[in-house]
Design a protein around this ligand. Structure first.
Ligand code: PGA
Length: 256
């Protein structure tokens, strides 16, 4: 049975004070949670501080991006080797904000996937369609294309112990989440798409939903059979809201 993963994507938010306080509060709120894996992805600059603050807790360290190179003359980048060294476990790649603001292509993101696997890190591959693609019926086509970039270069086996986050772009930071039925339909499509190549891998891959997940809509989303937790932006910056989402995932797992 799949274990849900709830991961906080802090994006470009934080300060030494905020990292200290938020992690302290998260540790208090999530001390006894079982049945759900939990991770936070602070900005790269605060990973070392976060790693120390998380020591001995059940909350794993994540990061928001990685470079395709392991080391060398690549000014401003962060490598998979460094993320591993600092104790990060889950690394977000292909977030729509990277695709849009940094012009990252499907093929480039597949290289990031490969470099993470080479270091034993867990990629959290974000995929999802724009509002226009959604309204013109292209959701499945876009998700298939984004998954295929990894499937075609690395094979279905790359999705063993990897995470996919389905994040419809129109739902990110808008307060307008996909409905549980809408999200479930796309999650099932993604799982079936991978199953065409490898059923066992498709059954075990974690498929998170992301896009305006909050304390109020989490339980219903997590009640869907193919939704395995969430990638949470805005609501991950408040310990009580994030903890409520984690608890909803743990409860859904027990009920399921
Ligand atoms: P949101 O962001 O929860 O603020 O919509 C999700 C994400 O971008 O990962």
């Amino acid at each position: 049975m799949r274990h849900p993963l709830v991961m906080g994507n802090w994006k470009l938010n934080g300060s030494t004070k905020m990292v200290k306080e938020l992690i302290e509060n998260l540790r208090n709120e999530l001390n006894s949670v079982t049945g759900c894996d939990v991770a936070i992805a602070p900005p790269a600059l605060y990973l070392a501080q976060a790693q120390q603050a998380l020591a001995g807790s059940k909350i794993a360290l994540g990061a928001q991006d990685v470079d395709v190179n392991l080391s060398g003359a690549f000014t401003g980048d962060t490598s998979a080797e460094m993320l591993k060294d600092i104790g990060a476990k889950y690394i977000i790649i292909g977030h729509s904000e990277r695709r849009t603001y940094h012009q990252e292509s499907d093929q480039y993101i597949a290289r990031k996937f490969a470099v993470l696997k080479s270091q034993g890190l867990i990629p959290v591959l974000c995929i999802g369609e724009s509002e226009e693609e959604n309204s013109t019926g292209k959701t499945e086509q876009v998700c298939a294309r984004q998954i295929d970039a990894v499937l075609n270069s690395l094979g279905a086996g790359a999705f063993e112990n990897s995470v996919i986050a389905y994040e419809p772009i129109w739902a990110i930071g808008t307060g307008k989440s996909a409905t549980p039925a809408q999200a479930q339909a796309v999650h099932k499509f993604i799982r079936d798409h991978i199953a065409k190549q490898d059923r066992a891998i498709a059954e075990q891959v974690i498929i998170q939903y992301g896009g305006s997940v909050n304390a109020n809509n989490a339980a219903e989303l997590f009640s869907q059979p193919d939704i395995d937790g969430a990638l949470v932006g805005g609501a991950s910056l408040k310990a009580d809201a994030f903890a409520a989402i984690v608890n909803a995932a743990a409860a859904a797992k027990k009920a399921g």
